[in-house]
Ligand binder design. Structure first.
Ligand SMILES: [Zn+2]
Length: 590
């Protein structure tokens, strides 16, 4: 369908952000003219008044820049056939880079200021919008080295190997994927087709896809091993060079998350592995197999159950599911639906998938491609979770403090999915559908909490091995991975030998100690939902505090203030209990 054939009520109102293209052009000129002013503060920030002027000026400028880029990009996303907005997006990017370069001195000049001066500034109420940002710069000073050392380090970056790029080249270009025979003809394996075949009904095809994928990676395993080993060594080198205990400490320092969070997550999931084993045994029973294999993990265990709803019906359902979040939240959901926040339908040239995005000072936007599947209904709830988080963050903070960090970015979206799931599970009467929803929820835990924690544990083992001087070889890495696979999935499944090479196909491992955030995200969400359901008044108060905090504090503190202290074992126990309770419901149905 062409965009002009879609009713206006299904389209977002980008004119709320920038009224017209003429206004966009004016905005562009205004930002372009500010480049000199950005530069004018350089070298003068030790003067308190100049520093304040500079921070305020930059804050306003950032607000304009966000608008400039968002508008162009969202116009492009709604229909890439409109060449004008492809050009606008490029033009905006170019200008942002130029202005960014002009202001690139800012953080390092502030970091070079005297500590006593910075402390005084931070305590000054005039700087209250910027205190957190200044504290973060001060905190980072601990790991900034002498000028000479910094120069040497910055020279080294280009020379110490870009392992993530090398892996990406191997993974996306060089892996010799075979073709797999299916009932509908030969299918060339790719990352995309593998994901589809792995969920398919035909078990022989699943097995062939699994073996085909891993043989392909195995044929390059020595090269991949050297690449990953190089990446780990590089991680450990920069961690040591900057005076961190290890790379884990360095990675978590960036988000100001205590190492105890990582350790408690792994400990709790390890201690509760028996619950995942129970689910694996149930999966084997549901599929009626004598032996369950690794290639039987993704196939749905429930047949032909789905909710198929119009957008209007789906939205009503989402509103009902999110009722525990209160009337104010409900009002905002309706506002999102009725006031042009959401671009609902698919059209020619529209970006695929879904997202929530926007800029400070304007309501958030949501892009959907609603086609009526069950997954689409959950996408509405998910993306509106992001949108409401942004709404509350913007409404309660200055621009400098509004943006929330990645560590907490998936909490609000998952909270919404969990509420919707729990509502549906407790209300649907069709038993197939109930089973489907229960396994949907359980798979969220399996793929996000268990699997990502297994990855997190593997990364820690690999980095620790290198620190201890144990060579990272195909055998040492693959054996470590194979043992983890056994520990997590237990004895009800056959640990096909090829699974020992799975570590070799995970791109996230080149961004060390990142994936644990998926696991802490779902853990936090489940705890928040649990808190609201057991004590609605206080639970909601705490959740609103979380939504309203934006990026005004470290993400760990923000969650702690919302009642979820991830450095203790409690939140993980709560999440594990929820998993076990849901599993018990599914066990009853099968
Ligand atoms: Zn999301």
């Amino acid at each position: 369908m062409k965009r002009n054939e879609i009713a206006d009520k299904y389209k977002w109102k980008l004119e709320d952000m920038v009224p017209s293209d003429q206004e966009w052009e004016k905005l562009y000129d205004r930002i372009a003219a500010s480049e000199e002013k950005v530069k004018s503060f350089e070298g003068k920030l030790s003067d308190k008044k100049v520093l304040l002027d500079c921070l305020k000026f930059n804050e306003e400028l950032n607000e304009l820049i966000e608008k400039l880029f968002c508008y162009a990009r969202m116009r492009r996303d709604q229909d890439a056939n409109e060449q004008k907005y492809v050009a606008y997006t490029d033009k905006a990017m170019g200008l942002i880079n130029k202005v960014g370069t002009a202001g690139s001195y800012l953080d390092s000049e502030i970091a070079s200021l005297d500590d006593k001066f910075l402390e005084k500034v931070i305590a000054d109420p005039d700087f209250s919008d910027f205190d957190f940002m200044l504290k973060e710069i001060m905190r980072s000073k601990k790991h900034i080295l002498s000028d000479k050392e910094e120069k040497l380090l910055s020279m080294s970056y280009g020379a110490t190997g870009n392992y993530s790029e090398i892996f990406s080249m191997i993974n996306n270009v060089e892996v010799p994927f075979p073709t797999v025979k299916t009932k509908d003809g030969d299918v060339k394996l790719t990352h995309g087709t593998y994901a589809v075949l792995a969920q398919g009904k035909d078990r022989e095809v699943r097995k062939a896809a699994f073996d085909g994928l891993y043989s392909a990676f195995k044929s390059l395993i020595n090269t991949i091993c050297m690449t990953y080993a190089g990446s780990v060594k590089k991680d450990n080198f920069y961690a040591k060079a900057r005076g961190y205990g290890d790379c884990l400490e360095k990675s978590l320092f960036a988000d100001n998350v205590p190492v105890a969070v990582y350790e408690n997550l792994i400990k709790a999931v390890d201690e509760n592995a028996d619950k995942l084993h129970r689910y694996i045994a149930l999966r084997k029973k549901a599929l009626k197999y004598d032996e369950l294999h690794m290639y039987d993990l993704s196939v749905p265990i429930v047949d032909g159950a789905s909710l198929s709803l119009s957008y209007e019906e789906a939205f009503e359902l989402v509103i009902k599911g999110l009722a525990p979040l209160g009337k104010e939240y409900e009002g905002l959901l309706k506002q999102a639906r009725d006031c042009g926040w959401i671009d609902v339908m698919e059209n020619e040239g529209k970006r695929s998938g879904a997202y929530s995005w926007g800029c400070y000072g304007v309501h958030p936007y949501v892009l959907l491609n609603y086609s009526g599947t069950t997954h689409d209904i959950f996408t509405i709830a998910h993306e509106l979770g992001h949108a409401m988080h942004s709404y509350y963050s913007d409404a309660n903070n200055s621009q400098s403090k509004a943006g929330y960090q990645i560590f907490v970015a998936e909490v609000a979206s998952t909270v919404n999915e969990v509420f919707l799931l729990k509502y549906l599970i407790s209300t649907v009467t069709d038993s197939q559908l109930k089973k489907y929803l229960l396994s949907y929820y359980i798979d969220m835990f399996r793929t996000t909490l268990f699997r990502q924690t297994m990855f997190a544990e593997f990364e820690k083992i690999a980095h620790d091995m290198d620190l201890a001087g144990t060579p990272l070889t195909v055998d040492s890495l693959s054996n470590a991975y194979y043992e983890l696979n056994k520990k997590y999935y237990g004895e009800a499944i056959v640990h096909d030998d090829n699974i020992r090479y799975e570590w070799a196909r995970i791109p996230h491992f080149y961004n060390a100690f990142y994936v644990y955030k998926y696991a802490t995200g779902i853990t936090s969400a489940v705890n928040i939902v649990n808190g609201i359901l057991t004590d609605p008044e206080n639970g909601l108060k705490r959740y609103k505090r979380f939504l309203s905090a934006g990026g005004s504090d470290s993400p760990y503190n923000i969650l702690k203030n919302a009642g979820v202290d991830l450095a203790t074992s409690l939140p993980y126990e709560v999440a594990m209990k929820e998993f076990a309770d849901t599993l018990a419901l599914l066990e009853k149905e099968i």
